[in-house]
Design a protein around this ligand. Structure first.
Ligand code: SAM
Length: 276
């Protein structure tokens, strides 16, 4: 993805949307693992931190906890609260922290960035203390209809959105980025290092089809964020040698579908687990 104003707007807007949907900046027993202990500073690491919004918001909720955010590019803020530190680092390489230093490792929306998730998870696990918490949150890259009130078939009822996801998943896979968004719990389980693994799906409407005013507001925001997401993928599709006209049709077809098909939802899947 580009590192520009549009992408930063998207990351920040998505951060606010997820906070509204979960009514929290986290899921799982974060309060427990970050509870103060005399003589020990609690520590949190955010992998692929992006604009660092999550870190900065969490740092104000937990002012006595030290937060570190790492990203491969310098898009995190330069001025930070006193309990926050950002640095440039590759989340798939050995991390600089010693074994068992972290109480909580957070990895949100990293599936477009990390090709080999189990490798990143191995390092996350190494730096987590026993009893520490790992959290993942990913938006599934597929067309989904609200399971409560719509029985749509993606290829028939939202064909252009379906085509878009098929194309980007294929193109990302050619770059080694397979779509593992709904396999995180499986990776965590396969590592053999965690217990109490919990997975939960949060549904967010796309567009203004809901009868609830609040869901209509969330849906409008979600639609706008997804439209920016799609348009920001144009350079990647260009790199894959797709003609400009084709890319324009695919992206604008997606934007039309998410603005007009009733019942579409985004699924945000969270997984959290305790290190054993
Ligand atoms: C979609 S953004 C997610 C940002 C943030 N986690 C959030 O939820 O707002 C993915 C981020 O991963 C970063 N990234 C890509 N490859 C990385 C790597 N190997 N190590 C660390 N960060 C990486 C990108 O620069 C980008 O900021």
């Amino acid at each position: 993805m580009p590192v520009d104003g549009g992408e930063q707007w998207r990351l920040n807007a998505l951060h606010v949307l997820l906070h509204e949907r979960l009514d929290s900046h986290f899921a799982g027993p974060v309060g427990d693992v970050l509870a103060q202990e005399p003589g020990r500073h609690r520590r949190v690491l955010d992998l692929c931190t992006g604009t660092g919004k999550w870190v900065v918001d969490m740092a104000s909720i937990f002012p006595n906890v030290k937060f570190s955010g790492i990203d491969i590019v310098p898009i995190a803020p330069r001025t930070t609260p006193r309990n926050v530190h950002f640095e440039i680092a590759d989340a798939t390489q050995p991390l600089r922290w010693r074994d068992g230093t972290m109480d909580f490792v957070h990895a949100r929306n990293v599936s477009l960035a990390i090709a080999h998730y189990p490798r990143m998870l191995r390092e996350a696990t190494r730096v987590l203390r026993r009893g520490g918490l790992f959290f993942s949150g990913e938006i599934l890259r597929q067309v989904t209809f609200d399971p409560e009130c719509f029985q749509g078939v993606p290829a028939l009822d939202a064909p252009r959105a379906d085509n878009f996801y098929r194309l980007i998943n294929r193109t990302l896979a050619l770059r080694g980025l397979n779509n593992y968004t709904d396999r995180i719990a499986e990776f965590v389980h396969a590592s053999g290092q965690f217990d109490a693994i919990r997975r939960q799906n949060y549904v967010i409407p796309i567009g203004e089809w809901s009868s609830s005013p609040n869901d209509r507001r969330l849906g409008a925001r979600c639609r706008d964020i997804l439209a920016v997401f799609a348009r920001n993928l144009a350079p990647m599709l260009k790199d894959a040698a797709h003609p400009d006209e084709f890319i324009g049709e695919i992206i604008e077809g997606f934007v039309d579908d998410i603005g007009s098909v009733r019942g579409l939802v985004a699924v945000y899947q969270t997984v959290w687990a305790r290190r054993c």
